[in-house]
Design a protein around this ligand. Structure first.
Ligand code: SF4
Length: 209
């Protein structure tokens, strides 16, 4: 269930209030946790600050890779499919040295789902391009190569959340985030020029070929 692709999931999201805010699961790095592979937040902390600071939101952070693999860590990327394929045992997660990180990624994804249930989250805003949190695009194989390849698909944690009814949107889905902001703040006027990641010039051009 991905909010940019699923009008029914958008329609099902309630209009929250300050007394009863929308419970939103957020990738830890987006909320500034130093949980990236290199022990930083990838410079993303505060990137959605305006949205997540609204009184109608209660943002709860979680990093599935930190939970399953620790920080710092080597770089996990999915080989042979996307997160759904990993869940189905058809693809593996390897690091840049060829070490198999699949089990740690599954542990992290399951922990994120358990946390989402415990917090009764209603949707998730996750970091795209990650082998765990990606929801539009992931690396197709390892990223530390001369010519990095991409795959339209989801990471392991995003796949598990979405399979269990948590609607997911990425931080690059600007059109859907504008819509979500309107849901959270009725005075907000969405930017008509905003586009989701799958509508961006890069995405359309890359996946056309
Ligand atoms: S696994 Fe998700 S939360 Fe953790 S650093 Fe990567 S993108 Fe951020």
């Amino acid at each position: 269930m991905r909010l940019p692709h699923d009008p029914a999931a958008r329609a099902a999201l309630r209009r929250p209030s300050a007394a009863d805010p929308l419970r939103v699961l957020v990738s830890g790095c987006i909320l500034g946790q130093p949980c990236g592979v290199d022990g930083t937040d990838y410079g993303m902390g505060g990137s959605l600050g305006d949205l997540l600071a609204l009184p109608t939101v209660r943002a709860v952070p979680f990093c599935p890779e930190h939970h399953g693999l620790g920080t710092p860590r080597t770089m996990p990327d999915i080989h042979g499919g996307d997160g759904h394929d990993v869940l189905d045992g058809k693809a593996r997660v390897l690091d840049q040295h060829g070490a198999d990180l699949t089990e740690g990624m599954l542990i992290g994804a399951r922990a994120m789902l358990a946390f989402a249930r415990e917090q009764r989250v209603e949707c998730a805003i996750l970091t795209d391009m990650s082998a765990a949190c990606g929801s539009q695009v992931i690396s197709d194989g390892g990223r530390f190569v001369a010519e990095r390849r991409y795959r339209a698909g989801v990471g392991v944690a995003a796949a598990l959340l979405s399979r269990h009814g948590v609607p997911v949107v990425s931080q690059r889905d600007f059109r859907t985030l504008q819509w979500l902001r309107g849901r959270l703040d009725p005075t907000h006027v969405p930017d008509p020029a905003a586009r989701d990641h799958h509508e961006s010039a890069w995405y359309v051009d890359y996946f056309r070929t």
